[in-house]
Design a protein around this ligand. Sequence first.
Ligand code: NAD
Ligand code: IPM
Ligand code: MN
Length: 352
Amino acid sequence: MKIAVLPGDGIGPEVTREAVKVLESLDLPHLALSEGDVGGAAYRRHGVPLPPETLEMAHHADAVLFGAVGDPACDDLERHLRPEQAILGLRKELGLFANLRPARVFEGLEHLSPLRPEIARTLDMLIVRELTGDVYFGKKGERTTEDGEREGWDEMAYSAPEIRRIAHVAFRAAKAMGAGLTSVDKANVLETSQVWRDTVTEVAQGYREVALSHMYVDNAAMQVIANPAQFRVMLTGNLFGDILSDLASAAVGSIGLLPSASLGERQTGYGTFGLYEPIHGSAPDIAGEGKANPMATILSAAMMLRHSFGREDEAARIERAVAKALTDGIRGGDLGGDHGTEAIGAAVRERL
Ligand code: NAD
Ligand code: IPM
Ligand code: MN
């Protein structure tokens, strides 16, 4: 079970360390971990945020465990040298177009949510975010207007094949869950969204058992807070999915709780190759203080065992251990508690 561990910047190394300890404590056979440089850390050592040897390591692994990238000291570098390019490059180069971001309130933990408990307890949704297209990967640049002013531009595009393959991922998930699917777009304004909506509607023909509805992204943001119960599987594009998943994390209680899986089509001897990372970033405001909540990364490791290694039992054990730790009052600062990163990691391992 070859896992490439890419800790990255800020709290990345702190949270990744705890997830690795959880994996090591499971006595998995043939576990082989290797570590690579990525992000600002890689830029400092190699002059680029995604060194070829790191990409090579990821290519040859069965799965990647990723921390976070991003460093305020790098924000003025040319864009192609910035830490964030590392995660974008990995997603693109590894063909990881399907990003699964489950957001749910664990039973009995409604009080962690800022929503009223009767609303919070209904929050249980899977955000299926397209990950290798959209305005993220369009041409971009800066030019000077006729008035001599700066103008930045980013091209937003989605092709039907790109939409089709992510739609199939979402419909298959909804079918397996016996759930409905909400596709989120901005078809009242954007051409990309019109093609998105029409293509998703076409794909739906092959999934008669899945009830499909469409919603505009502004309304969806409001509805996630007002009435989360209506969402079970939410399908959306790269940019909207980025924003809506941070929003959903706040409704769960903290961004330190939400994991993700990024999948493509490649199969290994164990399952689907994937990259697993918390949805949060490098949190420079608390980096190096041992305060970060590692639960999102630990839950990402659980998703890895499920999707890339077919180990549902161990995945569920990790998820139960995290839920039990929370039930027992183990809380990071993000949830108003005073448990540090290592203490949270240890508490989860004790409950495995
Ligand atoms: P962020 O997610 O890093 O942090 C947002 C807020 O949430 C901060 O107050 C932070 O302290 C808190 N937070 C995040 N994770 C936490 C955790 N595990 N425990 C406790 N608190 C936590 O978002 P940001 O501040 O906008 O971005 C910081 C840097 O991270 C930027 O450079 C950004 O580009 C990058 N980023 C990277 C990724 C990634 O690597 N996939 C994701 C998001 C942001
Ligand atoms: C995320 C992050 C990334 C994204 C950034 C760092 C490129 O916000 O993984 O959610 O926008 O996808
Ligand atoms: Mn994000």
